[in-house]
Design a protein around this ligand. Structure first.
Ligand code: NDP
Ligand code: OXD
Length: 307
């Protein structure tokens, strides 16, 4: 009975050390050194490609990321549970990233960066946080944690999800029927949706037009959710003020892409948050215990929904 890891090898070495410490009886291998394929019961991967089809005794496939859109689920045999990563490090990293981005927009740091370039010393009026309306797309593990933090600053917080949610101090919207109401009250739009057929290309002209003039976008979901041309048009037209993009399509962003040179677009290379090896191994081992006990695993995805 062996555990196989197929993702960043440097992190693989950290996983191996923690497995050796916490589960010394479970042999741990790092792809491509897989040994006998028939021994492998558990696989953790960023993207398994066709590997899950070739391991005859596989029981569970774990994603090392919070999202599973990078999986081709049609190549993971249907009887196998697919479990995404739920661990505190991903949540803490995302809360830090989005909080900093919202505060940068709120405290006019894009405008001050332009003023610095032009050597202009000019104070802008400071707006009360309560008058800045933040709206988060996605009320899952990450969207909820981000809102819980942002509301402590006093921002007017709202969220949007597929099914109804209730979060104390947050105006919660659900489904297509209230999408425009949600957008119309949102000055800073944060995208924390999983990439699915329903969310691909969602951040488009239709959404930007529904936001109030001067709104900003913080995109930390997945690159293909954003129509970049529509974003740039909305910014050129002066309707959108600024954008913080941690994810792009494609990644890496080509060196000649227009986004690089936009003064009011801030880019980071998909680093908003990442699984931390210690927390990841602890989460996987807890799920292995659950799996063996016949209990539901944390983060098991619903293949039909795609997340
Ligand atoms: P969850 O699965 O916990 O939450 C997803 C949320 O999105 C849920 O509230 C869900 O609604 C909502 N949702 C999904 N589809 C739709 C839809 N069609 N319409 C409206 N709402 C929808 O995901 P996480 O919070 O853990 O992660 C979100 C995403 O963040 C990941 O999938 C990944 O793409 C991205 N991510 C990015 C990272 C980065 O570094 N940039 C790092 C980690 C994750 P409901 O609650 O009703 O099901
Ligand atoms: C993830 C990511 O999904 O890093 O965990 O984007």
């Amino acid at each position: 009975m062996t555990f196989l890891y197929k993702a960043d090898p440097a992190r693989g070495a950290q996983w191996a050390a923690r497995f050796a410490q916490l589960a010394p009886d479970l042999p741990f291998r790092v792809w491509p050194d897989i040994g006998n394929p028939a021994d492998i019961r558990y696989l953790a991967a960023w993207s398994p490609d066709d590997l899950a089809e070739t391991l005859p005794n596989l029981e569970v496939v774990f994603s090392v990321g919070a999202g599973v859109d990078q999986f081709d689920l049609s190549r993971v045999p249907p009887h196998l549970p697919v479990v995404r990563m739920i661990e505190p490090g991903i949540v803490e990293g995302m809360v830090e990233y989005v909080t900093e981005a919202v505060l940068a927009v709120h405290r006019d740091l894009f405008d001050y960066a332009a003023q610095q370039q032009a050597r202009v010393w000019k104070a802008r009026p400071v707006r009360a946080a309560a008058s800045r309306r933040v709206g988060v797309l996605g009320l899952g593990m990450l969207g909820t944690a981000v809102l819980e933090r942002l509301k402590l600053f006093g921002f007017a917080c709202a969220g949007w999800s597929r099914s109804p949610h209730t979060i104390d101090g947050v105006e919660c919207h659900a489904g297509d029927a209230s999408f425009d109401t949600f957008l119309g009250r949102t000055d800073v739009l944060v995208c924390l949706l999983p990439l699915t057929d329903a969310t691909r290309g969602l951040l488009s002209r239709r959404v930007f037009d529904a936001l109030p003039a001067g709104a900003s976008l913080i995109h930390v979901g997945r690159g293909p959710q954003l129509n970049t041309a529509d974003l740039l048009d909305a910014m050129d037209a002066g309707h959108l003020h600024s954008a913080v993009l941690d994810v792009t399509d494609p990644e890496p962003l080509p060196v000649d892409h227009r986004l690089w040179s936009q003064p009011r677009v801030r880019l980071t290379p998909h680093i908003a948050s990442a699984t931390r090896p210690e927390g990841a191994v602890d989460a996987v081992l807890d799920n292995l215990r659950r799996h063996r006990a016949g209990e539901p695993m944390h983060g098991a995805i619903n293949r039909e929904r795609g997340y």
